[in-house]
Design a protein around this ligand. Sequence first.
Ligand code: AMP
Ligand code: ZN
Length: 494
Amino acid sequence: MALHLYNTMSSRIEEFRPLSDNEVRMYACGPTVYDYGHIGNFRTFIAIDILRRFLRQSGFKVRHVMNITDVDDKIIRNSAREGVSVRQYTAKFEKAFLEDAAMIGIEQPTLVRATEHIPAMAEFVMKLVEKDLAYRTDDGSYYFRIAKFPEYGKLSKKDFSGMRDGARVDVDEYEKDSARDFALWKAPKPGEASWDSVIGRGRPGWHLECSVMSMEKLGETFDLHAGGEDLIFPHHENEIAQSESLTGKMFAHFWFHPRFLLVEGEKMSKSLGNFFTLRDLVLKGHKPSSIRYLLASVPYRNQLNFTFDGLKQAAVSVERLRNFRQRLTSGNFADGSDNEMQTLAGETIHRMRAALEDDLNTAQAQGAIFEMVRRANAALDGGGIKKHDVPSLLDALGKFDEIFAVINDDDGPKMKQVLDWARTEQRNKDISGELREVVESHQFSDTDIEKKIAEMETARRARNFKASDALRGELTAAGIIIETTKDGTRWRRK
Ligand code: AMP
Ligand code: ZN
């Protein structure tokens, strides 16, 4: 099979093939940096990250561009409230977003910032005006004339045939069914950030930003455009209208929209008290790997209901994968190979690929690896694994982790960063005992621990029990549990 993805434009699952050779050009709508990222945002960004990683695993070169919206209505409102410049205000949240994305294993796309592309945006508007696709109002704002784009509504499947020509809307986000001329460029208002440009002073609207930057980086037509399902209308509809009416070409071939996340069965909202940023969860002591695992566990087009029970289960799953890998890398195995294990590893790789090619069915890919772990663990218990089976099983684990990125344990240092951040932000009261405990038990890295265990074994073999006991004591005090078995020494964190 080949990769098949659901395309919001055609409302069908289609085979995904890039337009040119082996290179995929994809654009993702990035964060609006006005606050810390919440777990809903990260569900969407993880789904896009999984797509990117799987495309690469499938042999494609990926050009992945993402914007940072660093000027919009909310940013202007918040920065004015805090009495700082837009740049000062967004710098803090952009940094936090990038730290969080890295913390949760998201590979960084090429970033483009709206405020660094303002002249190109003004020129884009000018060209739309020249073609009579946009018009200026008395205050110096510019609007897109949607009556000039008869296909308006083709992505969101809304029928706008009865729309009123010239009715306008000037906020970036608006009601689902209002088809109105939307603001491309907004005239300056007192106290708001604005820029000089070829079309006068003002600031770009949010929709314009993505059209201009995506086409600048990826060309007038590219392979895939992504964003959460709330962006289908009006944001992506408006991007299509501006771009296609100007170039006369198709803007993006595939439209990829992960579904919104629910928390404990409800829409996440501050008033319901079920609103969590990524940092909130880490402050409660949850590991970034568990959060990533959970957010990746439901196929992107299905409803993901985030629950704390689910998060605990995700932590157990990650731990099982890590322990299994450790059993393989630290055990002593007899020479030879076992046909059953070789077949199991090969079939698992095949099943994971088939699952992901089926519109990124992450749940099935996870199911396949756990089936392998269950059977191989049983074989390990019965001494049924031989030296030459180990690389094949590790290969299957490695292929899994190229996509899911949870097996390498770097949770400790990441959680320590959040702990340090909370202290500098004077949020000590939000630091849970669980977080302190995990950070403590991670004061040694995996390599440190393995080095100490090797020293401990050397000391024991030399019958230097005082030294080996001292090393064991040091590790135990740091929350590391050590088990000596006939297959070698295993360890895990408390
Ligand atoms: P924003 O920073 O609000 O512009 O959102 C950044 C990305 O997160 C966009 O792709 C949104 O569609 C997505 N997003 C926002 N809320 C949720 C949610 N509850 N579940 C999934 N994705 C979301
Ligand atoms: Zn966008």
